[in-house]
Design a protein around this ligand. Structure first.
Ligand code: NAD
Length: 490
């Protein structure tokens, strides 16, 4: 059994226990055992964190001193990089990341491109002179300025906590906001480390606060309803995103929401490497716990049986290749929790009950021990009105749906409440691009291209979210716009 250092709160520049010394168990998904204890914050702790962040914004030079911010945030980034091995251990034991996933999206990916955020920060146009204008007889010199929005409540999920926190916290701090991080209860250590490193760097008190807790909603709702919070930057499920919007409306809170997905890949009949493309569609990376994971595979009716045969072979081959925590090539480990495992299993039962054909998997993998493992699972003969085609499962489950022609494929892909990501494959790039332009999603891949990167805006259409993370757009989420008119004497 692995043990990690216990997690503390970081509030108003102090690393400390929760009020009354309360802690809770941090459960490791590979084993189901306790791997550490984390501070279990109360409402009183969150109250202090919000007050500290507000003070740091209103009463210090943090929002107005870009040189100081750059220097300290650079140090914080260097600290994160220097702690790569510790972050990888937390990703492995707390997040349940397999080594191959740690090397990509969990740790090495975000630490590899984090420095590029400074280049994007440099592209912000802080002041735009608009020139003179005489309107209603008033001669005016005009300027449009950008300013930090204020105090940001950052609420994060458990699936890729380091990657997601970097995408929020670094832009927010660089532009001059102050931050309260409220991580998911399942992954407290991946956020507690931000507090430790901020303390080592000497960030001014209150600029960054980390408040972990076992209750999924209590601390987040405090952020969402508190008038001292100017923006909620949230990544998580669509259901909670809606709740945040609703709760935030009383103070007309600005909300930035990165939510769920049910993305479709359209593999056209002229795809040159058809079998390989279909085989690569299996949902296994991080056990399918990715918002942009493609979980609906749309294949042409004319090649449907061929696609099913390829998938049957691929799943049989892959069945022995996942779940090893020591294999550097392995990208699939357990689900985060018993709760999530049971949720995924209930979707599998629903797929069977609705008449989809289970081609592979479908079971809890008991041979892998007491962790939260579900086999890579594939349903065929799925129709797009089934629950397994409409709802986000967030587990290793692929559904396969046949289509008749391009129009039918576009219709099925767009017939979803979600619109986060997607993919088109074809031997004819113009045809693929024509289809991609008609898919209602925030990102889309053509022939294996990667539409997600530090300098590209990421975020959903429809019920997949509001706003964009990463790229210059990701910085603008943390800015407010002010128009200034200076009177010119006649
Ligand atoms: P979740 O919505 O259950 O929880 C996310 C966070 O919200 C947690 O910190 C949780 O404690 C907090 N929370 C819960 N109730 C709250 C409330 N009433 N008010 C304020 N905060 C509250 O999501 P999860 O299960 O942790 O993560 C999985 C979800 O995240 C999936 O739906 C996935 O698609 C989504 N996700 C989206 C993206 C994206 O960028 N679009 C990225 C990763 C994950």
């Amino acid at each position: 059994m692995a043990t990690l250092s216990d997690g503390k709160l970081y509030i108003d520049g102090k690393l400390r226990d929760a009020a009354g010394g309360k802690t809770y168990d941090d459960i490791g998904p590979w084993t189901g055992e306790v791997i550490a204890r984390a501070a279990d914050a109360s409402a009183e702790d969150m109250e202090e964190a919000i007050a500290a962040a507000r003070r740091a914004f209103d009463e210090t030079d943090w929002p107005t001193n870009p040189a100081k911010r750059r220097e300290l945030v650079t140090k914080l980034v260097e600290k994160l990089k220097a702690n790569r091995d510790r972050l990888a251990e937390i990703a492995r034991h707390e997040v349940g990341s397999a080594p191959g996933a740690t090397a990509m999206a969990q740790v090495d990916g975000p630490l590899g491109f984090i420095h590029r955020l400074f280049d994007i920060f440099d592209q912000i146009e802080w002041e735009k002179p608009m020139g003179d204008s005489t309107t209603f007889g008033l001669k005016t010199d005009r300027i449009v300025v950008k300013e930090p929005i204020g105090v940001v409540g950052v609420i994060t999920p458990w699936n890729a906590p380091l990657y997601i926190s970097i995408g929020k916290v670094i832009p927010a701090l660089l532009v001059g906001c102050t931050v309260v991080i409220k991580p998911a209860p399942d992954t407290p250590l991946m956020s507690a480390i931000w507090g430790e490193l901020a303390d080592e760097v000497g960030l001014p008190a209150g600029v960054l606060n980390v408040v972990t807790g076992s209750d999924p909603a209590l601390l987040g709702e405090m952020l969402t309803t508190d008038p001292r919070i100017d923006l909620i930057s949230f990544t998580g499920s669509t259901g909670v995103g809606k709740r945040i919007m609703e709760k935030g409306s009383a103070t007309l809170k600005r909300v930035f929401l990165e939510l769920g997905g049910k993305s479709a890949a359209i593999v056209l009949e002229d795809t040159p490497d058809f079998a390989m493309t279909v085989a690569q569609s299996i949902v296994c990376f991080h056990a399918g716990q990715g918002c942009a994971t493609i979980t609906r595979l749309l294949v042409p009716r004319s090649r449907y049986e061929e696609a099913i045969a390829v998938l049957e072979q691929t799943y049989a081959y892959y069945a022995t290749m996942w779940g090893n925590p020591d294999d550097p090539a392995n990208v699939m480990g357990p689900l985060i929790s018993a709760r999530q495992r049971d949720r995924v299993m209930s979707y599998i039962e629903s797929g069977k009950a609705e008449g989809a054909r289970l081609l592979a998997g479908g079971n809890i993998a008991i041979d892998k021990g007491a962790g939260f493992f579900v086999e890579p699972t594939c349903f065929v003969d799925v129709t797009n009105d089934m629950k397994i085609a409409r709802e986000e499962i967030f587990g290793p489950v692929l559904v396969v749906i046949p289509f008749e022609d391009d129009e039918d494929a576009i219709r099925i892909a767009n017939d979803s409440d979600y619109g986060l990501s997607g993919a088109v494959r074809s031997g004819n790039p113009e045809r693929a691009l024509r289809i991609a332009r008609r898919i209602r999603s925030g990102t889309i891949s053509i022939n294996g291209g990667l539409p997600i990167n530090v300098d590209l805006p990421f975020g959903g259409y429809k019920q997949s979210g509001i706003g964009k993370e990463w790229g210059l757009e990701g910085f603008h989420e943390y800015l407010a716009t002010k128009a200034i008119g200076v009177g010119i004497a006649a």
